[in-house]
Design a protein around this ligand. Structure first.
Ligand SMILES: [Zn+2]
Length: 253
């Protein structure tokens, strides 16, 4: 059976194969793009945590300077205390020392808080670095897979396209034009097999829309006519099994 439907079906099958090949490449590309996106997120987080560490370290550094100048001040006051001439003078100096010591304690506590936070953030940075290394490994694998898939299908795509064009030349131009419009609209449902719902009752359905088809459709297909589904307008075809099953016994052999 080599009617127009059978010839068109070979074009359709080549188109499905092409779409399948390219969808595998697209899936590999999407997977790679996702790895790149994840890496970008990790890098942005690393940058933000790094900035926090630098800011906290700068603040902690300022606090250390404050502590140092307080220490100098306290040392100076203590020297003065040793030379105090009156008890009142001594007590005034002592009060000032105690005030500075209290300030020092408060500042030291604040600086310690910053150091603790810096340690936490550094642990987070180490964790992020590990995540980045792992993600980058996955990204590299994804990249080589994508490239391999691209290279792998390149020849097959070219070969299939050439075969597909040769097959298309076997189909009348007006039928190809109609098929092209259908493909645009319905993609993988541009063509569908007629399916048998109940052979004895001659009940058939369209493989695309699943609506029931009158027996005349099956007869038209058996007669080799280009036949559309009256419901969804796809081009119907018979698989060899279906054709064998619905061919009247009398016409067999
Ligand atoms: Zn249909």
């Amino acid at each position: 059976m080599d009617d127009v439907t059978a010839r068109l079906l070979r074009v359709f099958q080549a188109d499905r194969q092409l779409a399948g090949l390219q969808s595998r490449l697209r899936a590999a590309e999407a997977f790679h793009a996702e790895q790149v996106r994840q890496l970008t997120l990790i890098k942005a987080k690393t940058e933000s945590v790094g900035t926090q560490v630098r800011q906290l370290a700068a603040t902690a550094g300022n606090l250390e300077n404050e502590i140092r100048s307080l220490d100098e001040r306290i040392e100076h006051l203590r020297a003065q205390m040793n030379e105090a001439r009156t008890n009142k003078e001594y007590k005034a100096l002592l009060t000032e020392v105690n005030t500075h010591k209290a300030d020092r304690e408060r500042i030291e506590e604040e600086a310690l808080g910053h150091m603790t936070r810096i340690d936490e953030l550094k642990a987070q940075l180490a964790e992020l670095a590990a995540q980045e290394a792992d993600r980058d490994k996955v990204r590299k694998v994804a990249e080589s897979e994508r490239n391999a898939r691209e290279a792998e299908i390149k020849d097959r795509v070219e070969q299939l396209k050439a075969e597909r064009d040769a097959l298309a030349r076997e189909v009348p131009g007006d039928v190809m034009a109609m098929y092209a419009r259908l493909l645009e609209l319905r993609d993988e449902e541009a063509m569908a097999a007629l399916e048998i719902a109940d052979r004895k009752r001659h009940e058939y359905t369209c493989g695309a829309c699943m609506m029931s088809l009158p027996m005349e459709i099956a007869i038209s297909l058996l007669g080799g006519k280009l036949t559309l589904c009256p419901n969804c307008q796809c081009i119907l075809y018979l698989t060899p099994e279906t054709a064998g099953a619905i061919t009247p016994a009398s016409s067999k052999r």
